[in-house]
Write a protein that binds this ligand. Structure first.
Ligand code: LFR
Length: 480
């Protein structure tokens, strides 16, 4: 059988995709999509993990017979289990305020330079080390016997087996990207018990089999293996980039824009740290050298604030707005928390001496110009810091549907953009499973070749007439 269930949990929705490897190419069908609504209780923002798990079960039922199941989700967050294997409270959302002040607490023990030299991770206030520092002294952490990252927690409930998949483990800031294993010195210095983590798994490893009770709940007949994939969604999305050769950059666009390069080895220089580049671990021994950019979160939050109006007319109006009238720093941590986004964007424009957006369309244009500029800066910086030339930019993920963003990104980068697929994470997830099952073979170049043969991709050429305006915008941001 050559059908695979790819479970992809995103910040605003989860989906179960049915992937097929057929003689005429790859196929991917969405069999179930369910909302992911964070819930605030007692002042803390949580993931509704049981609702997500139920969505996974419903999706597996809708998928029908499959050769294996793979799970990916956002990074850094975790659930704690007690000695009996029971979950100790709902996982806390990385956008929760509990990590405020934790960077300072950690840097009193390990300087930012020491932490970067050991882990290669960009500073994001919600990295797992900061969350665990915030959790220190809580009863739950005190009695916890296991810590499972979100996709590993779902896999545990499906199979009864606990593991820690490597690509996602690398986002904890407790992994040394050179040895691709735990950094005991960092954990010891910060008082973090590495014994909480289950043994590491590599993408492609067998993670277990669906439990009898799961088989009956989903109507599937066993055995159905669960395969570890690049369980960090960005690792799966990068595996699903339909690139040819090595001189490409990628932007995985969704709630976040993750913009950077795929490398063979980490870049741990001080310049790289100052430029806030991360060395997350990828599928097949690769390094995802990238920067987190706020992404379509800025737009999603504005839409939520405005009562969810139709996006298409707003984008059409934004395309007609004067370009680059005002831009914000789309990498700034000030935009991480939810709420009041239009006003926060306007305030950032005021603070930097730029005109405030006067309408919703102008706000949308400000967001898209700012994202495109941040894409340009990330790709140029990544290329400079790694010494790797870039000839083409691949845009994958939800932003592929946003033609204006793709064109602005091509213009800003001064490079062709190849857009697609939207569901890169599910493709990457499915291909790693298919290879583990022996249905397809080869390394990432061969897997990407299969994607190129099967997918309609759209190419955007940069408009050279806009180059000077982007130069000026970059200089203004760098200077301001
Ligand atoms: C994207 C993503 C990013 C990670 C952020 C938080 O969905 O996984 O890679 O930095 O979410 O986990």
């Amino acid at each position: 059988m050559s059908a695979f269930a790819a479970v992809d949990l995103g910040a605003s929705s989860g989906r179960v995709m049915l992937g097929r490897v057929a003689p005429d190419g790859l196929g991917l069908e969405e069999v179930h999509r369910f909302p992911n609504r964070p819930v605030r209780t007692g002042g803390t923002l949580h993931w509704d993990i049981l609702a997500l798990y139920q969505g996974v079960l419903d999706g597996l039922r809708a998928a029908g017979p499959v050769a294996s199941v793979g799970i990916d989700s956002w990074a850094v967050d975790y659930g704690l289990l007690d000695a009996s294997g029971a979950l100790l409270g709902n996982p806390v959302h990385y956008r929760d305020a509990r990590t405020e002040g934790m960077s300072e607490k950690v840097s009193a023990v390990l300087s930012p330079a020491e932490l970067y030299a050991a882990t290669g991770l960009q500073h994001l206030p919600f990295n797992t080390v900061y969350q665990l520092t915030a959790a220190q002294g809580t009863p739950a952490l005190g009695i916890a016997r296991r810590l499972l990252l979100i996709p590993d927690l779902i896999a545990y409930w499906l199979t009864g087996e606990a593991g820690t998949e490597l690509t996602n483990a690398s986002t904890t800031q407790l992994i040394d990207p050179r040895t691709r294993t735990w950094s005991a010195p960092v954990a010891d210095a910060l008082g973090i018990n590495l014994g909480l983590f289950a043994p590491l798994r590599q993408p492609g490893d067998r993670a277990g089999e669906l439990l009898p009770q799961v088989l009956s709940e989903t109507g599937l007949s066993g055995p159905v293996p669960v395969t570890a994939v690049g369980s960090h969604d960005t690792a799966s999305a990068v595996a699903g980039v339909p690139a040819e050769g090595g001189d490409f950059a990628y932007i995985a666009t969704g709630t976040w824009s993750l913009a950077g390069l795929e490398l063979d080895a980490p870049v741990l220089s001080e310049d790289s740290r100052r430029a806030n580049f991360t060395n997350e671990l990828g599928v097949d021994g690769t390094v995802r050298y990238l920067r987190n950019i706020m992404g379509l979160w800025l737009l999603q939050e504005c839409l939520r604030d405005w009562g969810d109006p139709d996006l298409a007319p707003l984008l059409a109006a934004a395309a007609d707005c004067p370009p680059l009238r005002s831009v914000v720093d789309a990498g700034a941590a000030e935009f991480i928390a939810p709420g009041g986004m239009p006003e926060r964007l306007a305030a950032a424009c005021r603070r930097t001496g730029q005109p405030e957006p006067r309408s919703r369309a102008e706000t949308v244009r400000c967001i898209l110009d700012s994202l495109a500029l941040a894409h340009r800066r990330a790709i140029r910086d990544a290329s400079r810091l790694s010494g790797r030339p870039v000839r083409v930019v691949h845009v994958v993920g939800g932003g592929v549907r946003n033609e204006l963003l793709c064109q602005l990104t091509a213009d800003a980068c001064g490079l062709p953009v190849i857009a697609g697929p939207v569901e890169a994470a599910a493709y990457g997830n499915m291909l790693v499973q298919a290879r583990a099952a022996g249905t397809v073979s080869g390394g990432l170049p061969e897997l990407r070749g299969l994607l190129r043969e099967s997918l309609p991709l759209r190419r955007y050429e940069p408009d050279p007439g806009t180059a000077a305006a982007w130069e000026r915008a970059e200089a203004a941001v760098a200077g301001g």
